[in-house]
Design a protein around this ligand. Structure first.
Ligand SMILES: [Zn+2]
Length: 166
């Protein structure tokens, strides 16, 4: 449910909050802004300070649905799980771990196929398979361990800061 907004009232409120800090309040207005909606219309004569503040506010706005760009296909429609519906790529730390593991598994699957002409090489391929599988599991474990370690550090730092208080 979208909450009702009155753009003219929001703009008036913004101008009032920002104009209060204008270092040169007596300067002449540099722009006239007009808003016309179903609720009515309003015009505002605003100074340089307010125009700059408004431009910065608009430039720094980020849509709540904007979760970045897919590094694989460039789509900007990542869902709340950082999953790209266009190409299926999963982003974030878990997505990176899964992608890395999938690459290792794919490499392990292609390696023995190249070596089927030689029995010894085929055996090597099987050994490499086991190594890749172990590596993948170790990578997942290490990634989670580093996340936990990171949290522990943050807690330790917070404690240290707390101890320094008088
Ligand atoms: Zn994608």
């Amino acid at each position: 449910m979208t909450e009702p907004l009155d753009p003219a009232a929001v703009l008036a409120d913004f101008i009032e909050r920002v104009a209060h800090f204008d270092p040169v309040p007596e300067a002449a207005p540099v722009a006239v802004l007009g808003v016309r909606t179903a609720l009515g219309e309003a015009t505002f004569a605003v100074g340089d300070h307010v125009v700059r503040a408004m431009c910065r506010a608009l430039a720094s706005y980020r849509d709540p649905a904007d979760r970045g760009t897919c590094i694989q296909c460039g789509s900007r429609r990542l869902d709340e799980n950082l999953h790209c519906p266009e190409c299926g790529r999963l982003h974030g730390i878990l997505g990176e771990v899964i992608a890395r593991h999938a690459r290792r598994v794919a490499e392990a699957e292609t390696a023995p196929a190249d070596a089927t002409t030689d029995d010894a090489a085929a055996t090597d391929g099987a050994a490499a398979d086991a190594t890749f599988a172990t590596d993948g599991a170790a990578t997942v474990g290490a990634a989670f361990a580093s996340i936990e370690a990171g949290s522990a550090d943050a807690v330790a730092t917070a404690d240290a800061v707390g101890d320094q208080r008088p």
